[in-house]
Design a protein around this ligand. Sequence first.
Ligand SMILES: [Fe+2]
Ligand SMILES: [Fe+2]
Length: 193
Amino acid sequence: MIPPRAVLQRATDPAWLALALAHFGEVLIDHAHCEKKAAAHALSLLSSYPEVPGLPRAMARLAREESGHLAQVLLLLDKRGLTLGRDPGDPYAQGLHKLLRNPRPQRLLDLLLISALIEERSRERLQLLADHLDDPELRSFYARLADSEAGHGELFVRLAKRLDRDHAQERLEQLARAEGELIARLPIRAAMH
Ligand SMILES: [Fe+2]
Ligand SMILES: [Fe+2]
């Protein structure tokens, strides 16, 4: 069976890749913040929805994996003499957050599906970096990370479908359209999103 995936409605603008390659240090710092937020988000879902079957263990494993990514990116920062600094915030994640509905079951469905879309957008961009960076070590590092984020995207779609088999797909398509509009509207930055 083909694993369920969130399908992006709009490909990343090629101008993003040019900017990211030209300011790779900035992208790396932002990437570390993204991995940190991914780990924290997994633990926050675990702590907000402990009663949902399968969710706590899946989120515990995810948090461990994202923390592993964070540690690896932090090592790359150290090697380049770069400092993490404070997180300036991410207009992409903030824009997606506004799409959340409030009643508890719908909110969880939306959180899972938005998480799937963020993972999928990250996968797309990590793969672009894997395909276009010069350093062979970085290329294979980003290719491995892209595969891992693809798995996370599938995990979130699976959890969403288990939660609400009847509505998950339709809501995923709505949110994917909104994500595509958001990514087209936001200014391009030397950052993961
Ligand atoms: Fe990650
Ligand atoms: Fe991830």
